[in-house]
Write a protein that binds this ligand. Sequence first.
Ligand code: LLP
Length: 403
Amino acid sequence: MKIQGLDIADISNEFGTPLYIYDADKIVSQVANLKKAFEGTDLKIKYACKALTNISIIRLLQKNGVGVDAVSINEARTAMLAGVRGEDINFTPSSADFSEIQEGVELKLSVNLDSLPALEKFGKEYGAGYPCGVRLNPHIMAGGNIKISTGHVNSKFGISIQQLPQIKDIIKKYNITLQGLHIHTGSEIVETDVFMQMAEIFFGIAKDFPALKFIDFGGGFKVAYKKEDKTTDMPAIGSRLAEKFSAFEKETGRHLQLWIEPGKYIVSESGYLVAKTTVVKETPALTFVGVNSGLNHLIRPMMYNSYHEIVNVSNPTGPLKTYTVVGNICETDTFGSDRELNEVREGDLLIFKNAGAYGYSMASNYNSRQRPAEVLVINGKAKLIRDRDKLEDLLRGQYDVIN
Ligand code: LLP
């Protein structure tokens, strides 16, 4: 298998395994798809950098006109180091200490408040002196599974739309300039209608906020993990929202920007985790393939039951056999059960697809194993964008106080 003409096996031999490899072309083409889908609107894309937080990726996106959605001050600082201006960073932390929000203001970020107490504190501190947005909870159940659904009534995120009167009271009391309305209902949303329901809510209340500059629909657009997966119809969402925005403009004479915050849509399909087969183990029940990676590198299968296609790139024409692919962590870390793969032999390289989003960024050193290196294939060349951890990295900051 090749990325921009480079063989994945060759890249893996050069940089070692386990390894994350990202295809810059795929990232750039996903951005182009979004721009095309929303071409009838004043679109601002804010990349949800939690999906893949590497300065080269953020910089690549910045060069393609994409800002950043940050949920912690360190994500924002990382984005700024990658060259993104504070004003192009959308900052929507959840349950953040107020000091983090103050730092966001110091960095001139576009801040969204996620609770009534935070909005109250913000008003007290800044009054009319610094604009802000609010994250609303629309009471919509959406998303691939409950762990990644964030807009339902029992979710911790946002301020309930039923608390709109309180939002208005606080805004009035402190003369707050409300510049943005934000909703993020979850990840892997297939239904176009969910975004239309959000539009309904937004445009139902937008008239009440004359300083409004943008409406932010969050991320959550679904890409295919399996070939037969349904995906979000971006052109349909784009054109239906364009109609809503222009109707609002016609009716009120006010222009609003449309913001989105995709993570998976931009980087999921660009990424591959490559691991080496360390053992093929036949048991009376199953044939296991063990690899030199595990849930510490790609936790999604164990955490969300997610499906990541697995390909044996070392034996592409081998006979198909059924395997359970597992990691090297002392936990049940199954990457995939009952997978038909070309015959796997010790030493073969397996790739896990759709590993670009929430792969490396959720990786850990559990079992004191190193996190992989990361490589970006750009302009036909494979470039190291993060070193593999070393033992010193694992020990850094530890003190032996026992003498
Ligand atoms: N905006 C906000 C405020 C978010 O919290 C998120 C994701 C996004 C945008 C981007 O969502 P996306 O376009 O990537 O679906 N670790 C989980 C996904 C958690 C998403 C958290 N928030 C997974 O691997 O499925």
